[in-house]
Design a protein around this ligand. Structure first.
Ligand SMILES: NC(=O)c1ccc[n+]([C@@H]2O[C@H](COP(=O)([O-])OP(=O)(O)OC[C@H]3O[C@@H](n4cnc5c(N)ncnc54)[C@H](O)[C@@H]3O)[C@@H](O)[C@H]2O)c1
Length: 252
């Protein structure tokens, strides 16, 4: 892919960008002319290499999205590198660690941790970028939820609850931040093949495939166009919305 120009000169932070869906968002934004802050708790060398090979610009930042000081350092690093923050994709999540478990058997400690990362993390990152967005009276925040928050899903009640919270939180944020020119929206992916999901039960994966209008595997790239749209001025009057990108499984 060659460099294009949907996000010229913008600075976009993508959390959880070391791998999977976040990596695809980071590369997609860089190809569209953004300087991407590749934020993750783990090494993001692979993402940085991909962006460099595509001729894009990026800065790698280590962050734990559940830690206020760490998140504030991430925003400071973005401002130090580029002087602005135009977009934030809250993609990092406690996700690959979860296993199908009846709700009565869930581990209370895991319940606490998943809310720390998936809910508190979205709040912390959103508040860390707000001063820079408010100053420019412009910004786009995209929160990554899941179809499980819309459709329900047995075996992951803590995860489902966090993604439901992300949907509701985005609506509240959108109402609160509109006066500052900041838009907040949700992308709800279907079952996407990443390192986090590759080992989920095959029959379970097959059931998703069969239920789709477009009956094929969903890949991280399938989500990138929607994110670029929501980051860009094409979506200048779109806020508080949830866009389900799942090949036509859930229709509502
Ligand atoms: N893969 C799917 O089927 C699917 C479906 C619906 C929604 N989602 C959502 O999409 C997002 C990405 O999923 P994925 O499949 O790419 O997962 P993944 O596990 O491959 O990627 C998640 C990334 O987040 C990082 N991360 C985790 N905790 C962090 C923390 N506290 N601070 C900073 N970084 C942290 C991880 O290091 C990893 O790089 C998640 O929000 C997930 O809930 C995924």
């Amino acid at each position: 892919m060659s460099a294009q120009n949907l996000l010229p000169g913008q600075t976009i932070i993508v959390t959880g960008a070391a791998t999977g869906i976040g990596q695809a968002f980071a590369l997609g934004a860089a190809i569209q002319g953004a300087h991407v802050i590749v934020a993750d708790m783990n090494s993001a060398d692979e993402t940085m290499d991909q962006i460099a090979q595509a001729g894009g610009k990026a800065t790698s930042v280590r962050v734990d999205v559940s830690d206020d000081a760490s998140v504030r350092s991430m925003a400071e690093a973005a401002l130090k590198a580029t002087g602005r923050i135009d977009g934030l994709i809250n993609n990092a999540a406690y996700f690959r660690e979860i296993r199908l478990t009846a709700f009565e058997d869930l581990d209370p400690e895991q319940w606490e941790r998943i809310f720390q990362v998936n809910v508190k993390g979205v709040w912390l990152c959103s508040k860390a970028v707000m001063p820079a967005m408010r100053e420019r009276q412009s910004g786009s925040i995209i929160n990554i939820a899941s179809v499980v928050a819309v459709a329900g899903q047995p075996g992951y009640l803590h995860y489902v609850a966090t993604k439901g919270a992300v949907l509701a939180m985005t609506k509240g944020l959108a109402k609160e931040c509109g006066k500052d020119g900041v838009r907040c929206n949700v992308i709800a992916p279907g079952f996407v093949i990443t390192d986090a999901t590759r080992n989920r039960p095959v029959e379970w994966q097959q059931s998703f495939l069969k239920a789709r209008a477009i009956s094929r595997e969903q890949r991280p790239d399938d989500l990138v166009g929607t994110a670029l749209y929501l980051l860009s001025d094409l979506a200048a009057f779109v806020s508080g919305q949830t866009i389900v990108v799942d090949g036509g499984h859930i229709m509502y």
